[in-house]
Design a protein around this ligand. Sequence first.
Ligand code: GLU
Ligand code: MG
Length: 445
Amino acid sequence: MNSNDIISAVDQHHLQFVRFLYCDNGGIIRGKSAYYPTLPARLASGIGLTVAMQAMNSLDQLQDIPEMGPVGEIRLVPDPESFRILPYAPATGAILTTMVDLEGNPWGGCPRNFLNRMVQRAQSRNLNIQASIENEFSLVDSEGNPWDDTLCFASLGMLTSQDFVADVAQALESQGIMLEQYYPELGAGQHEVSVRHAPVMDAATQQIYIRETIRAIARKHGLRVSFAPKPFLDQAGNGGHIHFSATDESGHNLFYSASDPYHLSPLGYHFMAGILHHLPALLGLTTPTVNSYQRLTPNTWSSSYACWGPDNREAPLRVASPMKTQVSQSINVEFKPADLTANPYLALGGLIAAGIDGIDHQMDPGEPMLANPGQLAEAERAAKNILRLPTNLDQALEALSNDTLLLDALGPLLSQSYLAVKRSESDFYRGKSEEDIATYHRFRY
Ligand code: GLU
Ligand code: MG
């Protein structure tokens, strides 16, 4: 797909608007729409945006960042491959953008540029990182209550949600996104869809379109949807588990080993060890809201102790057992402390930076955890050096602000603006009741 193909498609489908979208430091999807006569020019030169928007938190409060004040402009330049016709919006398309400066250079404050750099860092080591992001979400009625109370994986939940799910699947397919699975999940109103793995940049872009689509289709059904990590304190949380692996140029899975008991290669172990090593700091990117830490509690399968384990649903890193008929293709690692308030470009970029650090330094993830880490005696956890994950956003941001590898990977402008935005969100919710925090996030994400 190039600009001419997009212009023809807009013409042929009589589109009026194309939304130029980006995901910001607060994890909010924002953008501007180009009206069709202006499209050729906009595709070539992008749409202008104030530099201040990356200093804006998820409450629309601008933070004081010297390079992101009232003076200055960047451009939202579209990535032609990401163009989609939106099946749920009248005569409208969308495209994901990267932020460039006025000279046309990648702008240092752009999350998508960061992921691009990490993709290149991996490629320079002959690794193509593959990922897929699971989507757990809560369907909510107009009063803000869970829309259904069907049981986990229950066919009754499939029945009551079937019209909504059929529309979601069709809308995604028309945007080139094929579902792998759908099921009702544990929490009241909670449902989940998953998609096949893809190169990380595509996986991030797909996640943005999945979020947009589920929200839009829910509205068509008179419902609302919440991707908040813990929209209801007494219900299961919404995760955004990230599955990852790496392939070589011919598509072979470099995480596979025939000789390992869990089928994971030394490269896979090193990658996982790098993630474990940087875990507290990574959480600042992958579980980036105050509400995220209401989800990350023991015995909720969201993970709360730093460890890895084969098919261990309480471990932040689960080596997923492969499909019997496709062992080498399907072996992958699942990262659980991630949710859908994260900017997928930042979360995936952070995981790659950490994983590559593990490879570069041949890190060892230690022994597998074969039990529920939360049920071990404190002394046993201490002996195995299994630490509690950060229990609030402040702790995770503190770890991130001390992690030179991740700060260098993000670059000064992005790391500085990100930390400022996230710290301001943490300050906003400080002192609010647990219930208020959950409610705020339920409606915002
Ligand atoms: N809802 C759980 C979470 O918050 C995950 C449940 C599952 O394993 O799918 O991560
Ligand atoms: Mg699930």
